[in-house]
Each structure stands twice: as structure tokens, then as C-alpha cells.
Design a protein around this ligand. Sequence first.
Ligand code: G3P
Ligand code: MG
Length: 242
Amino acid sequence: MTKNFAHRGFSGKYPENTMLAFRKAVEEGVDGVELDVQLTKDGEVVIIHDETIDRTTDGKGLVVSYTYDELRKFDASFKFRGQCGFNPIPTLREYFELVKDKNIVTNIELKTGLNEYFGIEEKVWKLIEEYKLEDRVLISSFNHYSVLRMKNIAPNLKYGLLTETWIINAGKYTEDVGVKCYHPHFLSMTAENVKELKEHNIEINVYTVNEEKDIRDMIEKGIDIVIGNYPDLTKKILEEYK
Ligand code: G3P
Ligand code: MG
């Protein structure tokens, strides 16, 4: 059965990539949480989608230009002002504290596409090892070199290749790279492309599926994980298929 993952936490209703959005996703009973990681100036692994803090916080500038103590002063829920108090940019460690004893899989997306943040793979691995989350993480990135760097460090974790475009023979490509999962935009998952991926035994984990008709389409195509902003909607639809 298709699994239900919350994209940047329960980001359809709560501020994305905040502990609040992660707690709400967990309360919703999701199978997993997707989140994005980057590095601060002082090398802390933080959870934020963009390379700058401009869109999601009340501050401005590059994530990497701030130390974590400086970064923590900005409000990552400023768009929800008056509704949910102050929510800082979380660290990956803080998030792991939330899920360490829970049956939740975490899809950690290495945001190494624009800034490669050399060394981030090792730092993420050390945290996974410390929290003994080896069997409950799935590592992905649009930067496939970054995926391979991490796979070299931690060969036994599960990995996925993120893509924005329509890759020809994606199953063959993923198998050739030597990883288990393919993470495409859901629109590229035509019946033909799903078939090719399944022929190569590749797990298909799609983003970002928010509409009822698309969630149904992905379930009916046998997609392994649906990553969306409304895990409550996905959950409701999945109930019907059980
Ligand atoms: O990992 C799936 C999805 O999060 C990839 O795109 O831009 O939302 O991080 P983005
Ligand atoms: Mg992401």
C-alpha cells in the first residue's frame, strides 16, 4: 500500500519545516516526514528549504552567512503571526529528538543543489548514527553526486534520486547509479514510466501531491510513497483503498 509522507512537515496548515509542522504531521499518523537540510556558518545542520531565509522567516540573507545562534532569533512562522507563537528554524538534532522513539520514516533531502555544503553528508550521517535511526531514514537529493558521497560514507542507508525533469529510462538510470529509490515530480509518472521503473525494481516516491485526483492517480498506479502538504487528505483517501 502507498505510504503517506508529510512534505516539509504538515506544511499545508502549519509553517513549513518547523517543529510545529513536524509535531502536527506525527499527530496525523503519517508514515513519514520529508524535510530539507542545509548548513549554517558554524556547521550546524538546520532544517530549511531555501538557501536564504528571506521567504520563510522575518530575516534576510543566506543561511550559511549566519551562525546557528544568530539564525535561531528569526521567526520561521512569521507568516502565521498571531496564530502559533514564535517558531525558530530547527536543527536536525532537535527533529531527531522528536522522532527517535517513533515509528516514523524521515526523508532527509540534502539541499546541495545550489550550495554543495561540502561535509554535510558526513554531519547528517553522524546524527543518524547517534540517534540509531539507520532503518528509519531515506536520503534524497537533486544533486546525485551528493547522494553518492553520502552512500560512500553510509552504504547501508536507503537512498533516492530526486528529479524535476522527465528522465528517459529513469529505472535504468537509478539502477546504474546503484540506489533503490527514484523521487520524481508526480506529473512525470505516466503508466509507461511507472512500468519501466518497476521493471528495474525501483521504489517510486513522488512529490508534491496535494490534490485529491492526483493522490488517487498515484495510489492507483502503485506509487510507493506520496509526499504532500496535506497528509490529512492523503490519509482520508488511503483509508478508502484499504
Ligand atoms: O523531496 C521532495 C520535494 O521536497 C522536493 O522538492 O523543492 O519541495 O524540496 P522541494
Ligand atoms: Mg524537499
